[in-house]
Design a protein around this ligand. Structure first.
Ligand code: MG
Length: 498
């Protein structure tokens, strides 16, 4: 394997970057530990230490000599990987220098308090506890948008933070083309009764150790390198983290002791995130492009494994013996299992939504964020607007704030503009799945026989190996010859559910 970084300036930059990388490495490990291992009382000190590390990363990234070095590079003389390094670093420098230090500190102070009040508000079903914090967070995000700059809509500046290059207009185009088709499709699917709205397996209780064996067996089917380059632990909200290198990529799952598909699909989802990091070209490991490129592309990989593979009929038949052996599933056949994984129903909670309704939940959040950031509604008016839009999209109205506007943690953490990446990911998962079907030819056979190597190889070739080399749109254009196209998703749903 030849070296990918040859340009002497780039090599110089990478030497300097190593210190920033080491801080990211430490911070990722501390974050993982915080969510997996830490005793409760340690949280405050950990938060303070993390904030210091963030400040150090900020200082190194914006230091005069580092910025000068990055800006001195003649980009015409670079190869794609080297150009990717410069793109990623310049973007980081632009964001870090646009936002004044006091603003960043205020944002982090307000959101660390807001998370606490959000949790209390949700628990007591009392929106007024969170209302003023939401308003403050919206206003701080409006300020961020002004600092960062935008062409058309202040929301653009925020969306770009989570998905480089995607704007309000891009997402509007996506949602406009799916909104009415999804609501009609949902009506047709529910009235056809082909897919159940409830399933007896939802009530089935299990022991944690049995479910852990199921998850481990499934990860073995995927040849997940447990113990070698990865681990699986337990946390309240499942997540994946790469500890600064492709050789240490960790996932978590959860065990609620009932309704096992939640634990199973969460594990498969996180495996998809992990595989992306595990298959990045080793020659760009520990460099600025040595991680997944964006939230949306990352989510396309997790959703590929969760939805395209995990919710397929072939996968149900493949894993039925594992479930029979470890859980009490004697009376369940393959068809019943498949329907359990693919129930469709109108429900309030985004994280429990099925493939058909999921993007309607995100569309609601997109509409809300866009209005809040444009100042068209205030936090005070938000719950009523939420319920109104929810009814228009899903035909039901939540009885409580906890099942409505207070269900997600994102806004309380200061993140406005993140939700749309979930839709981008779900759509792209299907789109990439269709390309894989076409290019591999025998996709169904590969899944039903548990021969995942060609599928993994395909994702490695098309997406994973590049890490952050290409911005999302450029990656899609190069590997698939197109940008995100919602038609794939609509056709997939029609074919599967009707
Ligand atoms: Mg995810």
């Amino acid at each position: 394997m030849s070296e990918l970084f040859e340009n002497p300036r780039i090599k110089q930059i990478l030497v300097k970057y190593r210190r920033i990388w080491a801080l990211h490495h430490a911070s990722s490990l501390m974050g993982w530990d915080n969510d997996v291992n830490m005793p409760k009382m340690g949280v405050a000190a950990r938060g303070a230490a993390q904030a210091e590390i963030s400040a150090m990363i900020h200082e190194l990234t914006t230091s005069r000599d580092f910025v000068d070095l990055v800006e001195s590079v003649d980009e015409d003389s670079l190869n794609d990987y080297e150009r990717g390094v410069i793109r990623v670093l310049k973007r980081g420098i632009r964001i870090a220098t646009s936002l004044p230090k006091e603003h960043v500190m205020e944002m982090s102070k307000v959101s660390s308090e807001a998370v606490h009040y959000w949790a209390e508000a949700r628990q007591k079903n009392d929106f007024s506890i969170f209302r003023d914090y939401l308003q403050k967070i919206v206003e701080l995000n409006m300020k961020s948008a002004e600092y960062l700059g935008y062409d058309e809509h202040p929301y653009d500046a925020l969306l770009d933070l989570y998905e480089e290059g995607y704007t309000t207009r891009d997402y509007q185009r996506i949602f406009d083309s799916i909104e009415s088709r999804l609501t009609r499709l949902l009506d047709r699917i529910i009235s056809s009764g082909k897919f159940p709205q409830r399933h007896t397996l939802e009530e089935l209780r299990y022991e944690e150790e049995n479910m852990k064996r199921v998850n481990t067996e499934i990860l073995k089917l995927f040849s997940f390198p447990l113990g070698e380059r990865s681990r699986m632990d337990v946390s309240a909200h499942p997540f994946t983290v790469s500890i600064g290198t492709r050789n240490d990529v960790r996932i978590t799952t959860r065990y609620e002791l009932v309704d096992f598909r939640r634990s199973l699909l969460a594990t498969v989802h996180e495996f998809g995130h992990a595989l992306y990091e595990l298959q990045i070209d080793p020659r760009i490991d520990m460099s600025p492009i040595g991680g997944g490129v964006s939230s949306g592309i990352h989510e396309s990989q997790s959703r590929f494994w969760e939805n395209v593979i995990g919710r397929s009929r072939e996968f149900s038949s493949l894993i039925l013996p594992i479930l029979r052996e470890n859980l009490n599933l004697r009376d369940i056949d393959e068809d019943s299992l498949y329907r359990y994984f693919n129930m469709v129903r109108r429900d309030f909670i985004r994280t429990e939504a099925d493939e058909v309704t999921y993007n309607l939940h995100i569309l609601l959040r997109f509409k809300m964020e866009k209005m809040l950031i444009a100042g068209e509604i205030t936090a005070d008016e938000a719950p009523e607007k939420w319920n109104e839009e929810f009814e228009a999209l899903l035909g039901i109205v939540p009885d409580t704030y906890s099942e409505g506007i207070l269900q997600d943690i994102h806004w309380s953490m200061g993140a406005i503009g993140y939700f749309p990446t979930y839709t981008l990911g779900t759509l792209l998962a299907v789109q990439i799945g269709e390309h894989a079907r076409r290019d591999l030819g025998n996709f169904s056979d590969l899944v039903s026989s548990g021969n995942f190597d060609p599928v993994k190889k395909y994702l490695e070739e098309k997406v994973h190996r590049y890490g952050g080399t290409y911005a999302p749109k450029e990656l899609l254009r190069r590997s698939f010859g197109e940008d995100v196209d919602p038609e794939y998703y609509i056709r997939y749903l029609e074919k599967k559910y009707l």
